[in-house]
Design a protein around this ligand. Structure first.
Ligand SMILES: [Zn+2]
Ligand SMILES: [Zn+2]
Length: 376
């Protein structure tokens, strides 16, 4: 079938919104009519070249929601008309990791960066029939997506897909880090470094868990204002002076440091933000690294002596250590009860034609939490 998609032809080239060809769903795959998709920083990494991938042309996008149109052979969990969130990680439900309750480590993830579907072929093609690469089995910057059944989570029909699409990546990653990985208890304290979409979702997670002090750190004052709206009890502006930031965190925590820190800065990750996240935690505290760092970065600005003597812990976190098939329905329910705020997370809605404006706004850094593309 023909559909409109935003195609990226090379690093930092404007995305081209054009007609492409989409194959029908193959075995284990589902055709979804997209209703909405968020723009995530991971899309931008492919655009800016930070991800060091040369898979072009490609259709990006991986935080989508839509309605099932057609299912391929062997699909048992979905039928046309079902409403679904597309997750950027698939979970087969059969491998060792899925069985022990860690679907974010599912063996299917090994093929995530190949730009192809699980059978090694592509579904999107240019008008000349050439292959267009897929992104994270999603490619949601298009009117339709063919995705593996393993990448879909069903949601009730009455839920606004233009909001809950954020559960496909960013929200679940931030909120899940606070509530699944750290399992924050009432009164515990946390430093959140980087207040974009993920950091704001983590702020909500810490808040709903009853954290005593939630200290938001960012270089942009606008982002710190947003963080307050989602439950940050304190804000610290990083003016590129680590000592000054840590001094303020120590003042707030009576000289102890926080129980936890979460670092969401990712590719823009300088030693500075990691340094803050490490120094902010108390003796025995845990630092989570969530933002994806540059592939060629090989060092952390960590003083090993302090790590040992203070018995600090550093851990990576993927997709909020979430059990997405059951966590996303829980989040939907919290959203319906008004306990999760998605409305204020979405700074603006765009059409697919405005996608380049959306990318520019993410790169500017200070104006947006999340932007959502709505399909007509
Ligand atoms: Zn993402
Ligand atoms: Zn699996």
């Amino acid at each position: 079938m023909r559909m409109k998609a935003a195609v990226l032809y090379g690093t930092r080239q404007p995305l081209v919104v054009e007609e492409v060809e989409l194959d029908p769903p193959q075995t284990g795959e589902v055709l979804v009519k997209m209703v909405a998709t968020g723009i995530c920083h991971s899309d931008l990494h492919r655009y800016t070249g930070d991800a060091q991938s040369q898979l072009f042309p490609i259709v990006l996008g991986h935080e989508g929601a839509g309605i099932v149109q057609e299912v391929g052979e062997g699909v048992t969990r979905f039928k046309p008309g079902d409403h679904v969130v597309l997750t950027f990680l698939p979970s087969c439900g059969k491998c060792r990791w899925c069985h022990i309750g860690h679907p974010n480590k599912c063996d299917l993830g090994a093929h995530l960066r190949d730009g192809k579907m699980l059978d090694g072929t592509t579904r999107i093609h240019g008008s000349d029939g050439s292959d267009i690469y897929n992104f994270l089995f999603n490619s949601t910057f298009a009117e339709y997506s063919v995705a593996p059944e393993a990448s879909l989570v069903p949601v009730p029909e009455h839920v606004p897909l233009e909001k809950v699409c954020l559960f496909g990546c960013g929200f679940t990653t931030g909120f899940g880090t606070a509530t699944n990985k750290l399992n924050i208890r009432p009164g515990e304290t946390v430093t959140i470094v980087g207040c974009g979409g993920l950091g704001l979702a983590a702020t909500q997670g810490a808040n709903i868990s009853g954290a005593g002090k939630i200290i938001a750190v960012d270089i942009h004052p606008e982002k710190l204002e947003m963080a307050k709206k989602f439950g940050a009890t304190h804000t610290v502006q990083n003016k590129h002076n680590v000592d000054e930031v840590i001094e303020q965190i120590m003042d707030i925590t009576w000289g102890l440091g926080t129980d936890y820190s979460m670092e969401f800065v990712g590719f823009d990750q300088s030693d500075e933000t990691l340094d803050i996240a490490f120094k902010a935690i108390r003796k025995g505290g845990t630092m989570c690294m969530i933002g994806v760092g540059a592939h060629d970065k090989r060092t952390l600005p960590i003083d090993p002596f302090t790590l040992t003597i203070y018995r600090k812990k550093i851990t990576g976190v993927l997709f909020g250590e979430s059990q997405f098939q059951t966590d996303i329905p829980r989040y939907v329910s919290l959203f319906e009860q008004g306990q999760i705020n998605l409305d204020d997370m979405i700074t603006r809605e765009l059409s697919l034609e405005q996608i380049n404006e959306g990318f520019e706004a993410v790169l500017a850094g200070n104006k947006v939490a999340r932007q959502v593309i709505r399909y007509g």
